[in-house]
Write a protein that binds this ligand. Structure first.
Ligand code: DOR
Ligand code: ZN
Length: 346
């Protein structure tokens, strides 16, 4: 069996920099036309100039003849100025601004300590229609790790949308039934990305036969009932839900560690894994909307005009992949993926 779909885009991707960037970018470029590139480098990309320079490094790292387009984002801080937002609005390459609550995840130390500090920037974004992308978790130590997303919706996101109804927002990598319901019932200016891991696995995967650092990402995997709600939302055809892998490479040693990094690498098999989700849900015909249409429509960008073809033909993922002088352990390492990328029509 084969399926052909409009070339998909990845609306949430970590590419890193330097040798790591060179090692991972081709996996995304082989599958996706465009990707929203996360700005959590060290130091973070807080200015349009820094985002433009990073875009050039990504283009340099691409395989020859690739026409993959990196869509850049800025890293929001307590000190982001309305003037920088104006520069972002004037740039044809910067498409959104990312909110990391300080301390929420990898390289979020420079993130926002209190959303109130960012109001001048957010008001300017609402005025100029620049989307805010949220890592939607509170970081207060009294909030249970598994409740951080729900509390973020109640305490931060819902009040923000009331205050700035014009602001376009994407809840990134949603993980709960609460987030799916909030987006589904919400305004048309609210979208959500979903990762392959949150659609394929529940939190048992973190403890399958022992502690599994390569299944650790943030927001962390949740209960089965949340996964079921995410699958419902992704396969519903609702235009607010779209593909964002959150593929986040880390060297193997940084994950297999006393204090292991959060992040799951899925770029090597991303669209293939989503195809598995949609097939299992009996909704393969809805994959194209989720993967190739809804995100472009949300961002006001044209849909891709070329296609890719997937074939049901299981293949084995390597146990590790090279990453500069290190290796990384990809999602499904040493295990099979059912769908294979067979054709590209450019
Ligand atoms: O698991 C994650 N890894 N979640 C994030 O929000 C960041 C990402 C990373 O950069 O490694
Ligand atoms: Zn991310």
């Amino acid at each position: 069996m084969e399926i052909t779909l409009t070339r998909p885009d990845d609306w949430h991707l970590h590419l890193r920099d330097g040798e790591q960037l060179k090692a991972v970018v081709a996996y995304s470029a082989a599958r996706f036309g465009r990707a929203i590139i996360m700005p959590n480098l060290q130091p973070p990309l807080t200015t349009v100039d820094a985002a433009h320079a990073y875009r050039e490094r990504i283009l340099q790292a691409l395989p020859a003849a690739s026409d993959f387009q990196p869509l850049m984002t800025l890293y929001l801080t307590d000190r982001t100025t309305p003037a920088e937002i104006e520069r972002a609005a004037q740039s044809e390459h910067v498409h959104a601004v990312k909110l990391y609550p300080a301390g929420a995840t990898t390289h979020s130390d420079s993130g926002v300590t209190d959303i109130r500090h960012t109001m001048p920037a957010l008001e300017k974004m609402a005025e100029l229609d620049i989307p805010l992308l949220t890592h939607g978790e509170v970081t207060r130590p009294d909030v249970d790790m598994f409740d951080r997303e729900k509390v973020f919706i109640d305490e931060v996101l819902a009040p923000l949308l009331q205050r700035l109804p014009e602001l376009r927002v994407v809840m990134e990598h949603i993980t709960t039934a609460d987030a799916a319901a909030f987006v589904r019932d919400g305004r048309h200016r609210l979208g959500a990305t979903m990762t392959p891991q949150h659609l394929l696995y529940n939190r048992n995967a973190l403890f399958q036969g022992g502690l599994r650092p390569h299944m650790f990402c943030l927001p962390v995997l949740k209960r089965e009932r949340h996964r079921a709600a995410l699958i419902d939302a992704a396969t519903s055809g609702h235009p607010s839900f779209f593909l964002g892998t959150d593929s986040a490479p880390h060297p193997r040693h940084a994950k297999e560690s006393d204090c292991g990094c959060a992040g799951i690498f899925s770029a090597h098999a991303a669209i293939e894994l989503y195809a598995e989700v949609f097939e299992q849900a009996g909704a393969l015909e809805r994959l194209e909307g989720f993967a190739s249409h809804h995100g472009a429509d949300f961002y006001g960008l044209p849909r891709n005009t070329d296609t890719i073809t997937l074939r049901a033909d299981p293949w084995q993922v390597p146990a590790t992949l090279p990453m500069g002088k290190d290796t990384l352990v990809p999602l499904r390492a040493a295990d099979t993926v059912r769908w294979r990328l067979v054709g590209e029509d450019r």
